[in-house]
Ligand binder design. Sequence first.
Ligand code: ZN
Ligand code: ZN
Length: 155
Amino acid sequence: MKVSLEELKNRQLIESSYEDSSLAENLNFKLKKPINIRFSLALSSDLISFNLAAEGTAVFECDRCLEDFDYKLGIDESSTIPLSDFGESIDITEELRQNVSLDLPVKKICRENCLGLCPVCGKNKNSENCGCKNTAPSEEGRINSKFEKLKNIKF
Ligand SMILES: [Zn+2]
Ligand SMILES: [Zn+2]
C-alpha cells in the first residue's frame, strides 16, 4: 500500500488500517491469518509523524523438533521523517517489511528447552521418551559382543 504525498499535503492527516498476507510470502514465513496493520501519517510543516502498528501470528517450524509453532508478531513504531526523504509517495508495505523482518526470531525454536528429535530413532523427545541411549553403538551392544567373544574361547 502506498500513500501519495500529494494527498497527505491536502489532508494533513491520513489514518488507515488494512490486512496483509503477501508480506509473509515475501519474507518466507507462514501466517495463521493476515497481519492487521494500522498506520497514521501526520504532516506538520516539513515533517511527517509516522506511526505504524502491526499484529499477527506467524507459524515457524522448530529447528530442533521440526514441529510448527506460533510466533506473535507485534510492531509499534513511531518516527518523524523529513518530507524531503520521500519522492511522490510513502510505501507503507516496504516500511512494514523492514520492521517485520527485524522482528522475526533469529533462533527458530518452539521453546528454549526444546528437547528436539532423538538422534537414534527420530522421535520427538518433547512428547515421548523413547528410551534410546544417545551413544551409538549402544552400551548393550558392546557388552553382548564381549560375551560373544567369551563364548568362542575354549577352556
Ligand atoms: Zn521444538
Ligand atoms: Zn529414540
